[in-house]
Design a protein around this ligand. Structure first.
Ligand code: KG4
Ligand code: ZN
Length: 345
């Protein structure tokens, strides 16, 4: 088969059940539909994700979500050139729902199946509009479970440069938010509150910001926030709203400063003129503003691409786009969910 034009993407790695239909254009891609069902209200109630519960929700939503994506795209399954599915990483129960559904559909419809690494998939939310990314590019992936820097040499050709030695940036947002009594997911909650606080009221560590490597570590920041919050609470019984906002601003600044410093270091070390950011934390406005501002003054020839916020968090559009640019169909029966897939190879 030649170049595929219309692909159905399926994403079920965590607590979002998502399906999208995308179409190749002369330049970039048109998203014909992008449906995301989330069990977020359940996660907010329990303060995080319960894997068995997330898998049960996936099972309930997958068929209606795929049906809705096809309807909204105003096509029939006959018009699809292929199906793409996230094969990992993620929660095994959740992944299995998407992978087995995609395998069944491709066998039924007699269509090619393209398995996608969710982490690489995230970057393809940058391959939609003009200007499209150029190679080589430094890629910063900041999601709930991963914080990695890679150099992208071409589609499907990348090299791992560094990553977190403990907690991911998103995980740090989620865990420190919890310490401040904020709801899950913590990133958007901290960011909203931080807008009303001052980042200079509390001095927090910015772990590994000056280390010459391209690794990260965020668990020390989380521990510092835990002992600070404990200290403040022991004096006044609880955190007042002003203190909460100042702490949120200091947390956001510490995380953003480390991410930006290491990303610019990678761009300088590898002499690239393109940076791509991806993953849920890429929706953070302070991150995008700080990275763009510093890049504009320190590396003026470098382009910075960050997807629009709704495409940063988990969805199936970028899974389908990744398959358009990396069209390598496989025998559906050979595809297996892999919860520990990574960028480290
Ligand atoms: O990529 P993603 O949607 O799911 C994974 O693949 O993990 O990332 C979810 C992470 C969560 O940790 C969430 O707190 C964080 O992205 N996040 C944000 C923002 N929106 C989502 N972090 C900071 N600022 C945001 N606006
Ligand atoms: Zn993700």
């Amino acid at each position: 088969m030649g170049n595929p034009k219309i692909i159905l993407g399926i994403e079920s790695s965590c607590d979002e059940t998502a399906a999208a239909v995308v179409q190749r254009c002369t330049v970039g891609v048109k998203i014909l539909s992008n449906v995301v069902a989330t069990s977020l209200s359940l996660q907010a109630k329990f303060g995080g994700i319960i894997p068995e519960q997330a898998a049960r929700e996936q099972l309930k939503s997958i068929i209606p979500v795929i049906g809705e994506a096809i309807d909204k795209a105003q096509i029939t399954s006959n018009e699809l050139d292929a199906v793409a599915v996230t094969r990992g990483p993620g929660l095994i129960g959740s992944l299995l729902v998407g992978v087995e559904t995609a395998k069944t559909l491709t066998l039924l419809w007699n269509k090619p199946l393209v398995p996608v690494n969710h982490l690489i998939g995230h970057f393809y939310a940058n391959w939609i509009y003009n200007p499209l990314p150029s190679f080589p590019a430094i890629g910063l992936l900041v999601s709930g479970g991963h914080t990695d820097l890679i150099i992208f040499k071409n589609h499907g050709v990348y090299q791992y440069l560094g990553g977190t030695r403990d907690d991911a940036a998103g995980e740090c947002f989620d865990k420190t938010a919890r310490l401040l009594g904020l709801p899950y997911p913590g990133g958007p909650a901290i960011s909203k509150l931080a807008a009303t606080g001052s980042p200079d009221k509390f001095i927090l560590p910015k772990p590994m910001i000056n280390s010459p490597d391209l690794d990260f570590s965020f668990s020390g920041l989380k521990t510092a926030v835990a002992s600070l919050a404990e200290n403040l609470k022991s004096k006044t019984g609880s955190l007042n709203p002003k203190t909460q906002a100042d702490l949120a601003a200091a947390i956001e600044e510490a995380i953003v400063d480390v991410l930006v410093e290491k990303t610019l270091r990678a761009a300088r070390d590898y002499n690239v003129e393109q940076v791509l950011v991806a993953g849920g934390v890429a929706a953070n406005q302070k991150l995008s503003q700080t990275l763009r501002q510093r890049a504009a003054t320190e590396l003026p020839h470098m382009g910075v691409l960050i997807p629009p916020p709704p495409l940063c968090t988990d969805n199936a559009a970028y899974i389908a786009i990744a398959a358009l640019y990396n069209f390598r169909p496989v025998n559906p029966l050979s595809v297996h969910a892999d919860p520990s897939l990574s960028l480290r190879h």
